[in-house]
Design a protein around this ligand. Structure first.
Ligand code: SAM
Ligand code: DTB
Ligand code: SF4
Length: 322
């Protein structure tokens, strides 16, 4: 049984980051194999159910009202349209349907509409995930009662770098929502973005914060920043492939039973890069041609990649740690 540690020191994490590449990947892949079938990948699909006009100022985001990104605002989607999209995602092999809203936090009235969506998507036999911004403890309990499986709430970067990427909330606000979600017994999906001007110590610190949560997140999405024209980060320097792969490997070692998702940014990654990320411990992707507001690889090329890598999608429907 692999031990789930909650007491990593920053030094220990930084020492993992600077291991020789092959040693790091060997260690990460060995842990991956002990805990998961290495040829299975969990497939999630995303839908933006409310677009743009967000009052937050996240410097990377197409949906913040503070930047002119040319994005058309759309109010909360009608439930029938959401169900159509969920059905299509399910037909394409997705097992989890994630619905995102560009909110700082949901009003109770909007939450009621989202609850109907969750219940109807669950009735279709899919796992549900929503990402709606900050929640009160009461709202988290209401979502649990509605049958929600996962809540996504990314910490995005290190505590130390946080005020450089958003000023309308703080790192502790993020942790508070995660605590409310865990108190309500909803599984947590939380990770971050690479390419927000952070350094290796920030990446180590971010992973440390995730692994120090009361329960490791069930899913850890690691996004490569999708640079959005019109945002302050449109021209920021991206991390190298080596830095990105190392972060996946260290996440796998620190959170051995969590599903690590190779999330946004795959359109910029070649097949070999993605294959190495899977070897390093990533075992989930967002599948489908759209993320929230930006493009994802087309499904045919993902299918081809799975075939070439021998990834068994049928069995991927019930990815469990072993
Ligand atoms: N408003 C809610 C919130 O911030 O939690 C939910 C939606 S928000 C778009 C969900 C997550 O998407 C963010 O926390 C961030 O990690 C990720 N994200 C947003 N824009 C991104 C971008 N341009 N590149 C990569 N990830 C991005
Ligand atoms: C996550 O970690 N990444 C997803 C999901 N959770 C909500 C969002 C990626 C967004 C990429 C930029 C966009 O499409 O707007
Ligand atoms: Fe709003 Fe979420 Fe985008 Fe931040 S990341 S601007 S909170 S939609």
């Amino acid at each position: 049984m692999t031990q789930q540690r909650h007491n990593w020191t920053l030094k220990e994490v930084e020492d993992l980051f600077i291991l020789p590449f092959n040693d790091l990947l060997f260690q990460a892949h060995s842990i991956h194999r002990k805990n998961f079938d290495p040829n299975q990948i969990q497939i999630s699909s995303l839908l933006n159910i409310k677009t743009g006009a967000c009052p937050e100022d996240c410097l990377y985001c197409s949906q913040s009202s503070k930047y002119d990104t040319g994005l058309e605002r759309e109010k909360l989607m009608e439930i029938d349209l959401v169900l159509q999209q969920a059905k299509q995602a399910q037909d394409n092999g997705a097992t989890r349907f994630c619905m995102g809203a560009a909110w700082r936090s949901p009003t109770d009235k909007s939450l009621n509409k989202v609850i109907s969506m969750i219940q109807r998507v669950k009735d279709m036999g899919m796992e549900t995930c929503v990402t709606l911004g900050m929640l009160t403890q009461k709202q988290a309990f209401v979502l649990k009662e509605a049958g929600l499986d996962y809540y996504n709430h990314n910490i995005d970067t290190s505590k130390e770098n946080y005020s450089n990427i958003v000023t309308t909330r703080n790192f502790q606000d993020r942790l508070n929502t995660l605590e409310s979600v865990q108190n309500a017994n909803i599984r947590v999906c939380s990770g971050g973005i690479l390419g927000l001007g952070e350094d290796q110590t920030d990446r180590a610190s971010m992973l440390r914060s995730l692994s120090n949560l009361a329960i490791h997140p069930d899913s850890v999405p690691l996004n490569l920043l999708v640079p959005i024209p019109g945002t302050p980060f449109e021209n920021i320097k991206p991390p190298t492939e080596n830095e990105f792969i190392r972060t996946i490997a260290v996440a796998r070692i620190m959170m051995p039973k969590s599903v690590v998702r190779l999330s946004a940014g795959r359109t910029k990654m070649g097949d070999t890069m993605q294959a190495v990320c899977f070897f390093a411990g990533a075992n989930s992707i967002f599948y489908g041609e759209q993320l929230l507001t930006t493009d994802n690889p087309n499904t045919d090329s993902d299918q081809d990649l799975f075939v070439r890598l021998g990834i068994n999608q049928k069995q991927a429907n019930n990815l469990q740690s072993v």
